[in-house]
Design a protein around this ligand. Structure first.
Ligand code: GDP
Length: 325
């Protein structure tokens, strides 16, 4: 890390909306060094009272569905016409690209990236899913403290990251293509079940009719899913990031959802449940780290693994022995 601040200096910079300090704090949160993680927690403690006031939206879809084009179109609408401040974070643990990620490429969302009310942050490269989701959640809180009132969290729509992201957002948006075969385009049924809305992308030119047909099909498919805890009926729309048609409407759906679930209390309940979930995740993670760091465990683990492999000890018995060391 180029420059280190104290926790107070990070917090003051973030609360003042200083993007450079925000970026450095997110880099700190992404660090695997124990001292950096401890400092991150101090920064979070300081800024936490100022976080939590945004609308958090997860956006997913297979590569090529039009995510970056759509996020740029919706993002520009939000910053220019709704005077919002928008942060876009990416979760892409599979990324091996240098420096980055699905958002590492500077040509993506270039107009939005250059906008003073928008902040775009690529996914950290070469981390485990657990590491990425933890640091993304921390980045989200830091962005909220810096005054961003809408947070988009983008995933590539093919792996397990969606479940993790679903666990940190208020609203989950799935982007789908029309007429690309109904094997749900590699989108697993579980991901469709998580969607609060689906938008059929590229609904322009010769593709418009197919998009409308796909919309009806997906709307019918969603009706077959059990009603969600939120009482919200998922909505399917069509949109074109190129013509702009249907893009503001997607935001209208998000707003409707927020209003409805805030009125019912579900919005707040879900956030509380998510916080508890992250508390338990952090405890589990911390305990595991402590456990494997113990010298007795380090001395015995290889032997015990062999004993289990050779059937000399049961897995449960062996675990019990290690845990009681
Ligand atoms: P991502 O991989 O999901 O981020 O997809 P991209 O945003 O990179 O888009 C993939 C391709 O689809 C690009 O060639 C885009 O120009 C094209 N595309 C994206 N949105 C639209 C749209 O609304 N209409 C049309 N016709 N093409 C689009």
């Amino acid at each position: 890390m180029a420059k280190r601040f104290t926790a107070d200096q990070y917090a003051d910079g973030i609360l003042a909306g200083n993007r450079i300090v925000l970026s450095q704090a997110i880099t700190l949160a992404e660090s695997t060094l124990l001292s950096d993680q401890t400092l991150t927690q101090h920064v979070l403690d300081r800024v936490l009272p100022h976080a939590g006031h945004s609308v958090r939206v997860g956006i997913t879809g297979v590569p090529g569905v039009g995510k970056s084009t759509f996020i740029e179109a919706l993002g520009l609408f939000l910053v220019n016409e709704q005077q919002k401040r928008l942060a876009v974070l990416a979760v892409d643990p599979s990324s091996q690209r240098s420096g980055g990620s699905i958002l590492g490429d500077k040509t993506r969302m270039s107009q939005l990236a250059a906008h003073p009310q928008a902040y775009i942050r690529p996914s950290p490269a070469g981390r485990s899913l657990g590491g990425v989701t933890r640091s993304t959640r921390e980045a989200m809180l830091l962005c909220e403290a810096a005054g961003y009132d809408i947070i988009f969290i983008e995933t590539v729509g093919v792996g397990q990251s969606e479940t993790a992201v679903h666990g940190m957002v208020d609203f989950f948006l799935l982007l789908m293509l029309a007429g690309a075969g109904d094997e749900l385009q590699g989108i697993k049924k579980g991901i469709m079940e998580m969607a609060d809305a689906i938008t059929i992308t590229k609904a322009d030119g010769g593709n418009e009719l197919a998009a409308r047909r796909a919309r009806r099909e997906y709307q019918n498919a969603l009706h077959l899913f059990p009603t969600t805890e939120s009482g919200w009926q998922p909505v399917v729309t069509t949109s074109s990031a190129v013509s702009g048609a249907g893009v503001p409407e997607v935001w209208g759906v998000v707003q409707q959802y927020v209003q409805q679930t805030q009125a019912s209390g579900y919005f707040q309940q879900r956030r509380q449940a998510q916080n508890l979930h992250w508390l338990h995740e952090a405890i589990r993670h911390g305990l595991e780290e402590q456990f494997y760091a113990r010298p007795e465990v380090q001395a015995q683990i290889a032997i015990v693994r062999q004993q289990v492999l050779q059937g000399q000890k049961s897995a449960f018995g062996a675990a019990g022995e290690l845990l009681s060391m």
